[in-house]
Design a protein around this ligand. Structure first.
Ligand SMILES: NC(=O)c1ccc[n+]([C@@H]2O[C@H](COP(=O)([O-])OP(=O)(O)OC[C@H]3O[C@@H](n4cnc5c(N)ncnc54)[C@H](O)[C@@H]3O)[C@@H](O)[C@H]2O)c1
Ligand SMILES: [Fe+2]
Length: 371
């Protein structure tokens, strides 16, 4: 039996923050990062909560959150006992909040406590789609681990572009390319279905039409809003189909060489598209939908590759890990351990091509040298 799940409720539009005024919880915990408190983006949340609500802000989430951070957040969660948690930030705070809830529910289970905490996710990047997925990615040492559990699905995803005005261009490039990786991987996944594919295709189109404009001027409303929609659509798509080895490689390379998640995906993307020959027809379908030259399957795939390469240039993304500054000796040394992590990664299962170890090593070297 196949399944397509539509959850959470998605609230969006100029007045979406008014929803917070309707909450009647006595204790609300906000999980976020220090940038959000410095930029006073947390005020958009707290100013809309009832004055009688007791609020606890945990703002210690770092990019690519570590298990230590999750433990610290869990400690605050247990001490405070909120009825509602609000994750505010990019994928890192939202994933950290999900992991805190995951471990809290594990604890409740052990203690035979039946408790549900209401969960609202408010994304401040247009990237991970974490506000609509049941995944959380946490970093343990040099490894990224993806947790997957429906208990981590938010009850409400609250979208508002007010959070996106001060985004640095680099973050828009990284997170926007993460969206494109999600939607392309969801579309070519061997677990894709007509529902997930239509969400994925719409997301690809919105990125194609809006990402560069949003990157060049983060103040223009149309592109900003469309990239936010694209991020959410891609999240729904891949949560229901899967990602692929673009993500498996980005997880391992990102964790070992400290590269932002979206940037790692962006560097890797053309090389993975090239190697995924089993998905050539699907890449062609994407090009046809975008109006790129696609008289034949080969031409369609080539057009998509050209589009991705040009997009990377426009967003100032490095062509290869070498250009990014990764040391070759260190990279070479890590190949055996990277190979193990990539094969174990949750995203590898539904990738169109099943690669041999030799093919993985060849691919990793291509990603390194950019050839
Ligand atoms: N759960 C999922 O399904 C999923 C999917 C993909 C990636 N991820 C994970 O998400 C994390 C990456 O998330 P991300 O790419 O959104 O980045 P992020 O949350 O790490 O944020 C990147 C930087 O941008 C800053 N920032 C965020 N919003 C801002 C704003 N509105 N204005 C100014 N600065 C802002 C942050 O403070 C941070 O310094 C990684 O850990 C990755 O593995 C999760
Ligand atoms: Fe991603």
């Amino acid at each position: 039996m196949k399944e397509f799940r539509l959850q959470p409720k998605i609230l969006f539009g100029e007045d979406s923050l008014d929803y917070l005024k309707t909450l009647e919880y006595k204790k609300v915990m906000i999980v976020t990062d220090e940038v959000m408190t410095q930029l006073k983006l947390t005020d958009f949340i707290t100013n809309n909560l009832s004055s009688s609500t007791e609020v606890k802000i945990f703002n210690k989430v770092e990019p690519n959150p570590s298990m230590q951070t999750i433990e610290n957040g869990l400690k605050d969660f247990i001490d405070f006992e909120p009825q509602c948690v609000i994750a505010l930030g990019g994928g890192s705070p939202i994933d950290a909040c999900k992991a805190i809830l995951y471990f809290a529910y594990e604890l409740y289970k052990k203690l035979k406590v039946n408790k549900k905490v209401f969960f609202i996710a408010v994304p401040t990047t247009s990237g991970t789609g974490s506000e609509v997925t049941s995944y959380s990615v946490v970093t343990k040492g040099e490894h990224k681990i993806a947790l997957a559990d429906e208990k981590m699905l938010p009850d409400v995803a609250l979208l508002n572009t007010v959070f996106l005005n001060g985004l640095p261009a680099k973050v828009v490039a990284d997170t926007g390319m993460d969206v494109l990786t999600h939607s392309i991987e969801a579309y070519v996944s061997t677990n894709a279905n007509p529902f997930s594919s239509s969400f994925a295709m719409k997301s690809i189109k919105l990125i194609f039409e809006n990402l560069v404009a949003h990157y060049n001027d983060r103040k223009i409303q149309g592109p900003k809003e469309n990239v936010q929609f694209a991020s959410c659509l891609a999240g729904i798509a891949f949560d229901n189909s899967s990602l692929g080895i673009n993500h498996s490689i980005a997880h391992t390379v990102g964790a070992k060489f400290h590269i932002a998640h979206g940037r790692a995906n962006a560097i890797i993307m053309p090389y993975v598209i090239e190697v995924n020959t089993e998905a050539n027809r699907k890449y062609f379908e994407i090009s046809r939908e975008l109006g790129l030259p696609s008289d034949t399957i080969e031409e369609g795939k080539y057009s998509l590759l050209s589009f991705v390469r040009i997009l990377k240039e426009k967003l100032a993304v490095e062509k290869s890990l070498k250009d990014y500054g990764v040391d070759f000796e260190a990279f070479k040394r890590e190949i055996p351990s990277m190979l193990e992590d990539i094969k174990k990664d949750i995203c590898t299962q539904y990738n169109p091509n099943k690669l041999t170890d030799e093919e993985y090593v060849r691919l990793l070297l291509k990603i390194y040298f950019g050839e």
